[in-house]
Design a protein around this ligand. Structure first.
Ligand code: FAD
Length: 208
């Protein structure tokens, strides 16, 4: 079976690796247009129960490979704050990983399994030819997916656009950070939503 995947983000590379691991005879190519994703610039991921189970399903030793150069702190608390309320909950078994580290791991995993990753931005005009040249064409091309757009009538997809201003930054912190924080603050001009978690033991990343 020949599979072509458009987009080498977490979804595309995980799918490729899982298919190849359990079907070594499959011929799989991933096309990745570098930096097309809004998340290519260094945002992090919080790994918890289900994500960890999925990673372990693919690779029992994922944790050692993923965190080869550092051991991230175990996230233990979540603080949720609004204008009128602030509560702290136990956070179950979370770890943060930077996008860069996660993608390095996924790329190594995919290539070691024999998947071809080609650096190429697929154009909408190329989709039908690609579809004809494989048994399964997978669109894993993220938020501005050309696959979703091109086949919208068949998938019956709906898209809703919202005007959200978005930024992120990192703080250095002398103390090890083990908290995730979610703030939702109502202001006269709208809501501010703020998430913060440590990408490693000595920084806090903030996204809002
Ligand atoms: C601020 C923020 C925080 C987040 N935190 C978390 C978190 O803690 N945990 C979590 O699980 N998720 C988190 N998410 C969500 C997560 O980032 C996305 O769900 C995830 O990145 C989606 O993966 P994906 O592979 O579907 O898409 P993407 O990560 O967007 O990857 C798509 C890939 O396709 C490529 N591509 C696009 N167009 C083409 C083309 N035409 N040809 C070839 N390649 C193409 C892009 O370059 C990109 O590499 C967060 C998102 C944001 C914005």
């Amino acid at each position: 079976m020949r599979i072509i995947i458009i987009g080498g983000g977490p979804a595309g590379l995980y799918f490729a690796s899982a298919m190849k691991k359990f079907n070594p005879g499959f011929d799989i190519t991933v096309y990745e247009a570098k930096n097309e994703s809004i998340n290519s610039f260094g945002l992090g991921y919080t790994l918890q129960g289900l994500t960890k189970d999925l990673l372990a399903h693919l690779d029992e030793d994922y944790f050692t490979s993923l965190f080869a150069n550092n051991t991230p702190p175990r996230l233990s608390q979540a603080t949720v704050k609004t204008n009128n309320d602030c509560q702290t909950f136990k956070f179950s078994d979370g770890h943060c990983v930077s996008r860069f580290e996660l993608m390095r791991y996924f790329r190594n995993k995919a290539t070691s399994l024999g998947i071809t990753i080609e650096e190429k931005k697929v154009l909408p005009s190329e989709l039908s030819q690609l579809q004809d040249s494989c048994d399964l064409l997978v669109g894993a091309d993220g938020v501005n997916s050309i696959v979703r757009k091109e086949y919208a009538a068949k998938f019956v997809t709906q898209q809703h656009e919202a005007k959200i201003k978005f930024t992120w930054f990192y703080n250095d912190s002398p103390k090890p950070q083990t908290n995730v924080r979610f703030y939702v603050i109502k202001t006269s001009t709208g809501f501010i939503q703020l998430s913060s978690y440590p990408p490693n033991g000595h920084q806090a990343g903030c996204y809002h």
